[in-house]
Write a protein that binds this ligand. Structure first.
Ligand SMILES: CC(C)(COP(=O)(O)OP(=O)(O)OC[C@H]1O[C@@H](n2cnc3c(N)ncnc32)[C@H](O)[C@@H]1OP(=O)(O)O)[C@@H](O)C(=O)NCCC(=O)NCCS
Ligand SMILES: CC(=O)OP(=O)(O)O
Length: 323
C-alpha cells in the first residue's frame, strides 16, 4: 500500500467512523467491510436483507464479527427517516412516496448519513452512478457557495499522485462548471498532499484550434483567473502540453505549469470518464473514486468495475472526509 493510504488509515483509525455500505450482499463490499472492521479502521454498516448478507458472507468464508446489518424493511426508526426525508424534499415527495423511496438502499443509506446515524457512505459497486449519486444530490446537497458537485479520481502509482475531474457527474459542463470544478479539485488535491498545478484540458493548446468546445475551456480559464486562485493553473492545453515539459516548451512556452500539471480538468464527461479508465486499464494506475466533491457530507461512488481494494481505499477516503 502506498504512503498515501497508510497515512489515511492511521488518521481514520483514531476516530473509527461509521461508514454505510448500501450494497451489503456484494462480494467486494463484504470482503472490504470485513477487512476494515477487523483492522479496526472504521465501523461498517451493511444495508440489505440480513439473511442474504450472512449467508453470502458464509459462502465466501468471510467473518462479519460484530458488523452492524440493517434491513430497511425492518428498521425500527424507519418512520422517523420518512419524516426527515419529506421535510428535506420540501413538497417534492409525499409521505407515501417517501415510504417507497426509502426502501431503495441508496436512498436509505443516504438518509442514515443525513440524520447522523452514519458518517459517510460508499456505494456504486452494483448500482450505476446516476442511481448512486441522485439521493446525495437531493438530500445531502452541495456546500454553501458550491453550485455543482463533480466527481474526482485520485490516480496513484507508487508515490505518483494526480487528480482527474470531472469523470463522473456533469455530462456537458459549462465554462462556469469547469472553473468551479478546477477550484474544488485543487482543494481535493491538497487534502491528498498534492501541491496543485491545475490544467484545463482541451484538444487544442493556446488557440491551435478554434471551436465552441475550445472557446468554452478558454472562458473557463478566464473565469478561474477571476476567482484569484492561490495555485498555478492554465488552459486551454492538450494533455501533452500540460504534462510533458519538452512539449510544453514547444506548444505553450509561457505556460506557468511548464508541463508539470498534476490536477487535470476534463472539458466534458465523455473525455473525463473515458480518460480515467484508459489511464487505469492501459496505464496501470490505480484510480480511486469517484469522490463527490463539494457535498455537505461524504458520499462516494464506485465504478461497477471496482475490486475489493478499490472499495477498501474509497472507504478510507470517505472516512477521512468525515473526520
Ligand atoms: C448526476 C445525474 C444523475 C443527475 O441527473 P438527474 O437526477 O436527472 O438530475 P436532475 O436534473 O433531475 O436533478 C435532481 C436533483 O439533483 C440536483 N443536481 C443535479 N445535478 C447536480 C450536480 N451536478 N450537483 C449538485 N446537484 C445536482 C438537482 O438540483 C436536483 O435537485 P432537487 O431535486 O433538490 O431540485 C446526471 O447528471 C447523470 O446521469 N450524470 C452522469 C452519471 C454517469 O453515468 N457518469 C458516468 C459513470 S461515473
Ligand atoms: C465511475 C464509473 O465510471 O462508474 P461505472 O463504471 O459504474 O459506470
Amino acid at each position: 500500500m502506498s504512503d498515501l493510504f497508510k497515512d489515511l488509515k492511521e488518521k481514520v483509525q483514531q476516530q473509527n467512523p461509521k461508514i454505510v455500505f448500501p450494497e451489503g450482499t456484494d462480494e467486494r463490499i463484504l470482503t472490504a467491510a470485513a477487512r476494515l472492521a477487523e483492522e479496526n479502521v472504521l465501523k461498517p454498516i451493511l444495508v440489505g436483507n440480513k439473511e442474504e448478507i450472512t449467508s453470502r458472507a458464509k459462502e465466501m468464508g468471510v467473518s462479519l464479527g460484530d458488523i452492524e446489518l440493517i434491513d430497511p424493511k425492518h428498521y425500527p426508526e424507519f418512520d422517523s427517516l420518512v419524516a426527515s426525508f419529506v421535510e428535506r424534499r420540501k413538497g417534492k415527495a409525499t409521505e407515501e412516496q417517501a415510504r417507497q423511496i426509502l426502501l431503495d438502499e441508496n436512498y436509505f443509506g443516504t438518509m442514515l448519513v443525513y440524520t447522523g446515524k452514519a458518517h459517510g457512505l460508499v456505494s456504486g459497486a452494483v448500482h450505476s452512478t446516476a442511481d448512486t449519486v441522485r439521493p446525495a444530490l437531493q438530500i445531502i446537497k452541495t456546500k454553501e457557495g458550491i453550485k455543482k458537485t463533480s466527481g474526482a479520481f485520485i490516480i496513484v502509482k507508487d508515490e505518483e499522485k494526480y487528480v482527474f475531474a470531472d469523470c463522473a457527474i456533469n455530462i456537458a459542463p459549462s465554462s462556469a462548471d469547469l472553473a468551479e470544478s478546477a477550484l474544488v479539485s485543487a482543494h481535493t488535491a491538497r487534502v491528498f498532499g498534492i501541491d496543485p498545478r491545475v490544467a484545463l484540458l482541451s484538444f487544442s493548446t493556446k488557440g491551435s484550434a478554434k471551436s465552441a468546445e475550445t472557446e468554452k475551456v478558454v472562458e473557463a480559464t478566464e473565469l478561474l483567473s477571476g476567482m484569484n486562485p492561490d495555485f498555478p493553473f492554465d488552459g486551454e492545453l492538450q494533455f501533452d502540453a500540460a504534462f510533458v515539459s519538452s512539449v510544453a516548451q514547444k506548444k505553450a512556452p509561457s505556460s506557468p505549469l511548464k508541463g508539470e500539471a498534476n490536477v487535470f480538468i476534463f472539458p466534458g464527461l465523455e473525455t473525463g470518464n473515458i480518460g480515467y479508465k484508459m489511464v487505469q486499464r492501459l496505464g496501470g494506475y490505480e484510480a480511486i473514486g469517484p469522490i463527490l466533491q463539494g457535498l455537505n457530507m461524504p458520499v462516494n461512488d464506485l465504478s461497477r468495475g471496482c475490486n475489493e481494494e478499490d472499495v477498501y481505499k474509497l472507504a478510507l477516503i470517505t472516512a477521512m472526509q468525515a473526520l
